[in-house]
Design a protein around this ligand. Structure first.
Ligand SMILES: [Zn+2]
Length: 347
């Protein structure tokens, strides 16, 4: 049994000294090989008896450990394949002095730093809807330095928007929201590439969506949201999704291509009380709260910081200041992302 104790002591020493995993595997493997050789060469010698076991016993032990290591390596490879694709920083990855100054609060964050900021600069994001949810996303992503932003909205600024859509001003009434919000983004950060689209996004916009790394849905009708979800699933692009009504907000990330459900898995039908904010009402600061959180999830998704909302749904009750997060999972029978869903093509 001395042989087994030697290996246990070696493992404990390795843990205490924080030795790298590969070094520990190599050292343990070498000790195991010596044990096996002794048992093969001189099983009845004093050393052989002191170390304990038999050649067959040491071989079985080695086989079991090798199987466990192979299983762990396979699991890691699968997880790495399932991890979200990050846009690679451009080759001319240098940042100007002005950029270093502008993004200095990001650069000092361990989870973002220089590489994360370069990913933001190289990212392409589609924001759908320049309303209560979409406009805080516009401002925070522009401020964060997301390099290319497409903003789609077919509406114009109206007086009743100004109670919560603080990106607009009183004198912009009647202006197309996509242009007004794009102008506000560029006034905040002139180094961005902003493309306003004065139209709705439909389920046929797969090609447009496939040209982006991330889509953010700030619209407020179930039919529009369903169409955006279908196009995102078909294009394999993750979707940051937020919703508000009266005093309650919701937030999640739909990304069935990399695990978790799509919107149709969770909300296959329009909610019974699916009235837009115009009818149901909404408290002014709530879209600011949920919209800012959507921007934050986008920054995390693009930089790889922290843990995203894949497979989790946050529900915020602003009236009682309560927030809870529930687990969500893909529906195998989902007609949009499930195995039976019709395959779409961008041809
Ligand atoms: Zn689904």
């Amino acid at each position: 049994m001395l042989g087994l104790w030697l290996i246990v002591v070696l493992l404990i020493l390795g843990r205490v000294m924080r030795a790298p995993g590969r070094v520990m595997i190599a050292a343990t493997g070498a000790v195991w090989a010596v044990m096996l050789l002794v048992q093969l060469a001189a099983p009845d010698s004093g050393l052989g008896r002191a170390l304990g076991g038999s050649a067959a016993g040491w071989l079985v032990l080695g086989g079991v450990v090798a199987l466990a290591l192979a299983y762990r390596a396979g699991l890691r490879r699968l997880r790495a394949r399932a991890a979200p694709d990050r846009p690679e920083p451009a080759p001319d990855a240098g940042m100007s002095d002005a950029e270093i100054d502008r993004y200095s609060r990001h650069l000092v964050l361990h989870e973002i730093g220089g590489p994360g900021q370069m990913r933001l600069r190289g990212a392409r994001v589609l924001i759908v809807g320049a309303g209560g949810l979409g406009t805080p996303v516009c401002l925070y992503l522009a401020a964060a330095g997301v390099g290319r932003i497409t903003l789609a909205d077919d509406d114009t600024v109206s007086l009743s928007n100004l109670q919560r859509q603080v990106i607009f001003r009183d004198d912009l009434q009647g202006e197309p929201k996509a242009y007004a919000a794009a102008e506000a983004m560029l006034r905040l950060n002139p180094h961005l590439d902003v493309t306003p689209l004065t139209r709705r996004i439909t389920q046929d916009d797969i090609e447009l969506i496939a040209g982006h790394d991330l889509v953010i849905d700030g619209t407020d009708s179930h039919a529009t949201r369903s169409a955006i979800n279908r196009a995102c699933v078909a294009a394999g692009v993750p979707l940051v999704w937020g919703a508000i009504g009266r005093w309650e907000g919701q937030l999640t990330l739909f990304d069935p291509a990399r695990g978790g459900p799509c919107m149709n898995c969770i909300f296959p039908e329009a909610p019974v009380h699916d009235a837009p904010c115009a009818e149901a009402g909404v408290v002014g600061a709530l879209p600011g709260v949920i919209g800012s959180m959507m921007a934050l999830e986008a920054v995390k998704e693009l930089t790889g910081a922290g843990q995203g909302m894949r497979g989790r749904l946050m529900i915020h009750d602003a009236l009682y200041s309560e927030t809870r997060v529930i687990r969500t999972s893909a529906d195998p029978a989902c007609t949009v992302c499930g195995p039976s869903a019709p395959k779409r093509s961008t041809e």
